[in-house]
Design a protein around this ligand. Sequence first.
Ligand SMILES: [Zn+2]
Length: 462
Amino acid sequence: MRSAYPLLGVMLSAITVSAQDQPPIGGGSYQPAPTECVSAAQRQQIEAQIAANQQQLRQRGILPAISAAQPAQVALNWPLRQAPGYDYNSYYGISNYVDHNRGFPNALLDWNCGSRTYDTAGGYNHAGMDIFLWPFDMNMMARGQAQIVAAAPGVIVGRYDGNPDQNCAMSNANWNAVYVQQADGSVAWYGHMKINSLTTKPVGASVVAGEVLGLVGSSGSSTGPHLHFELHSASGTIIDPYAGSCNATTASSWWATPRPYYESAVNTLMTHGAPPVFNACPAPHTPNEKQAFMPGELVYTAAYYHDQRAGQVTRYTIYQPNNTVYSTWTHSMTPAHYAASYWYWSFRLPATAATGTWRFEAQYEGATTARSFTVGVLKAGAAAPAAQYSLYPNPAEGSVQLTGPLPVQRVEVLNSLGQTVRTLDNVTSPQLNLHGLASNQLYLVRLRRADGSTEQHRVQLK
Ligand SMILES: [Zn+2]
């Protein structure tokens, strides 16, 4: 099971200009449950398949025989990338490194002599690293927001697709994966991929560094969307790519750019019309993200982190369209290290709020992250993805026709003051009833898509 998302008690009605620590009205930590990733039996099968493929590829002259001419160690780039069109500052967290303590259970030792790894009572010691998506993992998976890319150039020596990809528990299910032999003879494993997302390249094809191999999914023994990245030396032993005093598998880092033990970062800031709701796997989450507000409306400002640690201070600032500070506050109450965390606050825009583009900003660990939202402007923010729906006729009279995927989870109609005047759930008919609404007015129709995100359309009623 995943950990709960605890709500912190205090309810604030408004943010005041303050240099003080301001407790959030909600939030908490997120620590994905460990996942066995690959069982001993599956590991044997995979290794046998890779060995058979390698032998064939060597016979065909595609793979060179292991020789002294090979580099001792290749340089690895990060095996994940954000898909084009997405602008999160970061989009993942690290839940587990390799376990270097062969004992079990609860005999944990990662490369940095910490315990950010896991084992099981059955004797499994985690042999790779787990990189999970954050925030709103299922939604990110559905959108294909996180691409798995080749960490180094090489030749595909194994691949498997076709397994279900929305698993939520440890099981003996098989995963979708790509295996790449690199120039030094080492083999990188990329596991838990989304079904049918794999590169079309067959076993024996070459890939370049950074080439897309597939998308993050939750296939195999997995409690949620994540990449299991595992490295094997040319002779088949497990390599942990991080250099550290508790990692005897390598003397120097395999990463092209050294990577810290904690990568403290704001993944993204968001504005919401209501608190974000995290639903149980495999349901998509309900972010309630909102970028266009009207004067008088409640605005939720939220920050999503990975590797947030005790004592770290974030300064948040809200800027008005003329770049003056509307409010500013700090937050530093995180009591421990969180693989992922989020915190949110709310404030009500005054009736006289300046219209235009506002900016919500966070300064944290020397970096600034920002997200803009609009007030009094009836349009979605610039970051909104392409529309799935269209509404016609417009202007409309009494009802409006909807084209796009049905059912629509929720349709909300808002008036020009930003007040919800109609809510329709689980809409299965393409004809939206607008009878009874004041005529000669402009309305905002908000449609919640299957992945939990929303899109908005302006409709003029005759
Ligand atoms: Zn794993």
